[in-house]
Design a protein around this ligand. Structure first.
Ligand SMILES: [Zn+2]
Ligand SMILES: [Zn+2]
Length: 328
């Protein structure tokens, strides 16, 4: 029996033991093909062919995958080629398959490789920094805007994108309640991408989990960290957040305290308070920047009640003025 026959027999016998979770599709002297499945989103098929002068030449490898992009498949193929060269002179197939399986295990970020590349290219700016811990499946980004920063950590679970990315804010210098909103909203986007809606639309296609790393990171970086430090108060037109994060007001009754309303615009507490207490009140108060109705817990009163309070305040003001007149 020549070496190729020996190798084929060995593959049939011990592949399952050496490379658990692999599936032997064909095992002939013209083609050996094996499916490696780590998760639904991390799987590939390796097609191996013996060259004329095997094993003194590296085995010929073609990688196929329905879930990885063509560029990733090319990359995997070329690292396998390099690996095969290390084993010239001996049986190479099981060694290559073990190597491939280890590669899938060691790279939890594979299912979001394109998303991460796009984040780096299109979202991150020169002032931002990032760190990738490939083996832990972890991405860390420090986004910066002026004196403000947000340190975001994203961990990619094994079953991404069926399982949501784990997001956390490791450090920041924004007002606490704002960061609570940032992270809650980002987690909500991840949830929506991975859980079917409660109210099912009978006409909708069956639910399918969607990749969501880019959407959640874009939200945190662009729509939170980059946006809010530049945002101006719709009432006074001045920058809402102070230039220096150390000057952020924590007292909710202070005129300069930041109120984030439903539409997303940032008001100074004093500016909003004056606006919400000035007529007209019918149909509620609208945000002058975007035209959406303002909903806020602190001013959660009906137009009628606002009207009454305003009238009462006016009457009281007139009384006070009359008293002043009387005294002077
Ligand atoms: Zn203002
Ligand atoms: Zn608005």
């Amino acid at each position: 029996m020549d070496l190729i026959h020996q190798e084929l027999e060995e593959i049939k016998k011990i592949l399952q033991i050496k490379v658990p979770g692999s599936e032997l599709i064909s095992c002939h002297k013209n083609l050996v093909s094996v499916k490696l499945i780590k998760t639904k989103y991390k799987q590939l098929t390796a097609c191996l062919q013996f060259p004329a002068d095997y094993p003194n030449e590296p085995i010929l490898i073609e990688v196929k995958s329905k879930v990885f992009s063509p560029s990733l498949v090319n990359m995997i193929t070329s690292i396998c080629d390099k690996e095969a060269k290390k084993h010239i002179g001996r049986k190479q197939i099981i060694l290559i398959l073990k190597f491939l399986q280890q590669f899938l295990d060691d790279n939890p970020l594979l299912p979001c490789r394109e998303e991460w590349a796009s984040i780096k290219k299109n979202i991150l700016e020169e002032c931002d920094s990032d760190k990738v811990k490939q083996k832990k499946g972890m991405i860390q980004v420090k986004a910066t805007q002026g004196n403000y920063f947000l340190k975001i950590q994203a961990t990619i679970p094994n079953n991404y994108p069926e399982e949501p990315v784990k997001l956390s804010i490791e450090d920041h210098n924004f007002p606490g309640p704002m960061v609570y909103y940032f992270i809650s909203q980002a987690k909500e986007y991840a949830r929506q991408a991975t859980e079917p809606p409660l109210k099912k639309n009978p006409k909708a296609l069956p639910f399918k989990a969607e990749p969501h790393l880019k959407k959640t990171m874009e939200f945190l970086i662009k729509k939170c960290c980059k946006r809010f430090p530049q945002e101006c108060c719709p009432m006074c037109g001045k920058q809402s957040l102070p230039e220096n994060p150390a000057d952020i007001i924590k007292d909710g009754k202070d005129d300069k305290y930041i109120e984030r309303v439903y539409c997303g615009h940032l008001y100074h507490h004093g500016c909003m308070d004056a606006y919400m207490k000035t007529p007209p009140f019918e149909n509620g108060k609208m945000c002058p920047t975007c035209g959406l109705r303002i909903y806020h817990d602190k001013w959660n009163i009906s137009p009628r009640l606002a009207e009454d309070r305003w009238a009462h305040g006016e009457a009281r003001q007139r009384e006070l003025e009359e008293v002043v007149d009387f005294l002077s």
